[in-house]
Design a protein around this ligand. Structure first.
Ligand code: KE4
Length: 431
């Protein structure tokens, strides 16, 4: 990358681990030094070295309107002029909470926090308190933030006892966590046959986005709903990615399954730090100060973040927003698939409404073990090839591609055209 990014990277590495404030930004999965962004607008990132990149990472999901949307910037500016934080309740918190509740009837009441991690951490604490049980069931390859109890990397195959996926996460912290393969309802049923009475909750991404996009197979989510209800366990939908991304009402509005608790983040903050958890009225009544389940946050419900989130949702509520997003996602996903096919590069594309992933695999990808079998080396070459063409896709095979309302069909066409050269070069070096 350019000289200014390199100089900044040198300074950044001296000050911050990997020179970044979140690991995936360091390009570790694809190699090379990360570029530094100076500013962004619409569908573009502008690097410190004057390059303009078409952005399909979307700050990992939040920037569904594109960067620096005028309505969002104006809302933040107005909120800032009225004060950056009050430490008291504010109208803006009520306004965002009301929008989310109206969009997601299962979210009968809600608590704002400052990240998706806080949302899932709080939701599992609440589930354990509400059921008096300890066991949490998650899925291999699903990521719910860096909560100790959910940092479990389990082997493939049947139910696997929690194995810490990071140093510093103790065996004790994950001793009440079990991971099973995504889309494997039989594995869930078997686990519940053996230990159902111990399970506080199943937490699931209703569309997996952290192994790359892996949609739920037919009956998977309905099955989770039935099994958890039958055993008195709660069902938690982690919609930090899918909430207001795949539809205004999130994945739960599309799959027809009503979770007991929902975790949100990303889009609801419009690019500012916001997470939230919410759900059944009787469960949320257990959260302090009404109940005894303690959870708190200095900047929870921050007025600037609330304003950015509300302004974002108001744009998404406009007619045809999701139709446009899905049409562009289809155009891009199909275009990339056709470009790869024309060059003879094996590619499997998984799409769920407005999000998708291009897997460098000859076979279907329905769980993490199949995602791991992809050619990560080819993905890395694809990433750099696209970057050389001025297109920024996720610097990891295990992430989603995001379009925004700032993209348009002409830009998608140019991206597909650029990809043809990239796939052609991949094919040359492949043979
Ligand atoms: P945050 O704490 O990063 O706001 O949210 C954690 C989280 C929870 N649940 C799901 C389904 C998520 O995808 C995430 C965070 N996603 C990652 C990558 N997809 C964010 C990128 C990063 O870690 O820098």
């Amino acid at each position: 990358m350019g000289e200014r990014s390199h100089q900044l990277y040198e300074k950044a590495v001296a000050l911050m681990p990997g020179g970044v404030n979140s690991p995936v930004r360091a390009f570790g999965a694809v190699g090379g030094e990360p570029f530094f962004t100076a500013r962004s607008a619409g569908p573009y990132l502008y690097t410190e070295d004057g390059e303009r990149l078409v952005d399909y990472v979307s700050s990992w999901g939040p920037l569904i309107l594109g960067h620096a949307h005028p309505a969002v910037v104006a809302a933040i500016a107005q909120a800032a002029a009225d004060g950056t934080s009050f430490g008291t309740p504010s109208r803006l918190e009520v306004e965002l909470a009301a929008r989310i509740h109206a969009a997601m009837p299962a979210v009968e009441r809600i608590r704002m926090v400052s990240s998706g991690t806080e949302a899932t951490m709080s939701a599992i604490r609440l589930a354990r308190a509400a059921t008096g049980r300890s066991l949490i069931v998650k899925f291999i390859g699903c990521y719910h933030g860096h909560v100790d109890a959910l940092m479990v990397s389990a082997g493939s195959g049947m139910a696997t006892l929690g194995i810490p996926s990071s140093p510093g996460v103790t065996a004790a912290a994950v001793s009440d966590t079990v991971a099973v393969p995504y889309n494997d309802l039989a594995a869930v049923a078997e686990l519940f046959d053996q230990r159902g009475a111990e399970v506080a909750a199943v937490i699931v991404e209703p569309v997996a986005g952290n192994m790359g996009v892996v949609p739920p197979v037919d009956g998977f989510l309905d099955g989770l709903r039935q099994i958890t209800a039958a055993h008195g366990a709660l069902l938690i939908f982690d919609e930090v990615i899918t909430g207001f991304r795949v539809a205004y009402g999130g994945a739960q509005s599309l799959c027809g399954v009503r979770p007991d608790l929902t975790c949100l983040g990303k889009v609801i903050g419009g690019g500012l730090p916001v997470g939230a958890y919410g759900g059944r009225r009787d469960l949320m009544a257990m959260v302090a100060p009404e109940g005894k389940v303690y959870q708190a946050g200095t900047l929870s419900g921050n007025p600037l973040a609330m304003a950015a989130g509300a302004a974002t949702l108001d744009q998404l509520a406009l007619p045809d927003a999701y139709q446009r997003l899905e049409e562009m996602a289809i155009m891009l996903a199909d275009g990339l698939a056709e470009a790869a096919k024309a060059s003879g590069v094996p590619l499997t594309v998984n799409r769920a409404w407005t999000i998708f992933t291009t897997f460098f695999s000859r076979t279907p990808v329905r769980d993490f073990s199949q995602a791991q079998a992809c050619s990560l080396e080819t993905y890395a070459r694809y990433f750099h090839g696209m970057l050389d063409q001025g297109v920024f896709v996720a610097p990891s095979q295990f992430e989603a591609m995001f379009v925004s309302l700032a993209h348009d069909p002409a830009l998608i066409s140019r991206t597909v055209a650029a990809s043809r050269q990239v796939f052609a070069r991949l094919a040359e070096t492949q043979s």
